[in-house]
Write a protein that binds this ligand. Structure first.
Ligand code: NAD
Length: 469
């Protein structure tokens, strides 16, 4: 199944998100009559083999179901994936495809943890997967790309763009730094120099909520389209992609299908992290405290929506101005997306990793508001909610398991057992940076927690969750 004259966008990581996002954009371009580019889909791990097998049987085609916050569903057969790269343990087919001169972009979605970066964004050289790849295996993106690019360098050496499409701040830069560190650990000096000269890694900002596909999609797809799809995918109707326009070997005309091609993604990235990601956490922590399990329920709870709205309006928007985005509109669209009852995202998923989210998503706004002479009352609500959430976790009173990559459970339990737990929380430098030493911030947090404690004791509302939850 290979097209004849073409440019190839090889994608590594055959997850749902790629098929709902990048593949949709390239499909729309082909639908407009621009069929120069197609996708060759590959995966490093063997977990995508069933999907790749289904897609091969369907000639790479599948249906994307999208749903609006109002519940309107739309169906589109996606036809941009024209080559399915068969999986083999040595990744030989991926190497051949990546080294092919027709391949001019190598993009990837391998999840946030697929970059093996520590809290300081440095490569975690001690991780067993990285150590195995340094010895020549290809368990990670770095080991796989090393094989692909060594073959490419040997075959013709044509330039190629390495495009990170994962949800990571400065995703192009962070990947590139991790990859170059990996290559130096592997003593691949020639490849290291070649990567520096012949590849680029633009930063990108990707957005479309894509839940893991559930069994109810295929019957709806069959009813709506008549196509018996064994690999359908479902996502919200909203979609966004912002890319720094720095491609090493040409690119599809993505701007014709709504992709924002920009010089720097930073303003979009900052808006997304502070408005979308931080509000999402706020809603998940608050919703959990009043006994709710789903994001849409919590966003539809007026007091909770107001907490997120006030946080964005009072503190984030003034911190981000001037901005090329319409931030009020972005806030309202984000909150409408979270209220979408058809997506059924869980508070558990979104509440996770709070210990990294406070410094990454929230502390910058606290610091900037203080620096401009303001008291960030609306932002203090977020760490206050998280503190109350941690107290519930401490007494084993959460309705689900709390997952946090930065969690040192004995240490955190010890902190939460102290009478002055909140003062210690407020003075934690990892969470709050220089604010950890600011008495005014400790007082603000004490007062905010006190103000929320009664609210968080509200009688638990009835959940409207189905059997899946
Ligand atoms: P998924 O579970 O459907 O797919 C994950 C893919 O990553 C699989 O192909 C798996 O084999 C691969 N993978 C996992 N760990 C890996 C590793 N260490 N090394 C190499 N490959 C690895 O997930 P998804 O919904 O497609 O999401 C994937 C990523 O896309 C997210 O982690 C995020 O960065 C980004 N994203 C997802 C969404 C969403 O709503 N799903 C939205 C925006 C961005």
């Amino acid at each position: 199944m290979t097209a004849s004259t073409h440019s190839v966008w090889m994608h590594i990581g055959a997850g749902s998100f790629h098929r709902a996002h990048q593949a949709w954009y390239l499909h729309r371009l082909r639908e407009q009559g621009d069929s120069e580019w197609h996708i060759a889909l590959s995966n490093i791990r063997d977990d995508a083999v069933p999907l790749l097998t289904s897609l091969t049987a369907q000639k790479g085609e599948y249906v994307l179901e999208t749903v609006t916050p109002e519940g309107d569903r739309a169906y589109e057969k996606i036809r941009s994936i024209r080559t399915i790269v068969p999986w083999d343990a040595e990744l030989k087919a991926m190497v051949a495809q990546g080294a092919d001169a027709a391949t001019r972009v190598i993009a990837f979605t391998v999840t946030e943890s697929g970059y093996y970066l520590d809290n300081n964004h440095q490569l975690d050289a001690q991780h067993p997967d990285i150590q195995a790849d340094v010895k020549g295996e290809a368990r990670t993106l770095y080991g796989a790309l090393t094989r692909v690019l060594l073959a490419r360098m040997a075959a013709h050496g044509n330039p190629v763009t390495l495009l990170n499409c994962d949800n990571l701040r400065h995703n192009g830069e962070r990947f590139r730094q991790g990859f170059l560190t990996f290559l130096s650990l592997r003593k691949e000096e020639a490849l290291c120099a070649w990567v520096r000269d012949q590849t680029t890694s633009p930063n990108t900002m990707v957005d479309r909520i894509t839940p893991r596909p559930t069994a109810d999609i295929a019957p709806r797809v069959l009813k709506a389209t008549g196509f018996r799809d064994s690999a359908p995918v479902m996502a919200e109707s909203f979609i966004q992609w912002v890319i720094e326009d720095d491609f090493a070997a040409g690119r599809p005309a993505l701007e014709h299908v709504g992709v924002e091609m920009v010089k720097s993604v930073l303003p979009w990235e900052e808006a997304k992290i502070r408005i979308l990601n931080a509000s999402h956490s706020c809603i998940a922590w608050a919703g959990t405290l009043v006994g709710q399990l789903c994001i849409h329920q919590s966003t539809q709870t007026p007091e909770i929506k107001e907490m997120a709205w006030e946080y964005v309006t009072q503190d984030v928007i003034p911190s981000l101005l001037p901005s090329p985005l319409n931030l009020e509109e972005y806030r309202d669209v984000v909150l409408a997306r979270f209220a979408n009852p058809w997506i059924r995202d869980t508070n558990q998923r979104v509440a996770a990793d709070g210990l990294s989210k406070i410094p990454g998503f929230i502390t910058p706004t606290l610091m900037e508001r203080y620096a401009s002479g303001e008291t960030p009352r609306a932002t203090a609500v977020l760490p206050a909610l998280f503190f109350l959430f941690l107290q519930r976790w401490h007494v084993d009173a959460l309705p689900y398991a709390y997952q946090d990559g930065a969690l040192n459970a004995p240490e955190l339990h010890a902190l939460l057992s102290q009478d002055d737990a909140l003062a210690r929380f407020a003075s934690d430098e990892t969470l709050f940076g220089p604010l950890a030493h600011k008495a005014e911030f400790a007082t603000l947090l004490q007062n905010t927690v006190a103000g929320l404690s009664e609210w968080a004791k509200l009688p638990q509302p009835v959940n409207d969750l189905g059997a899946d939850y």
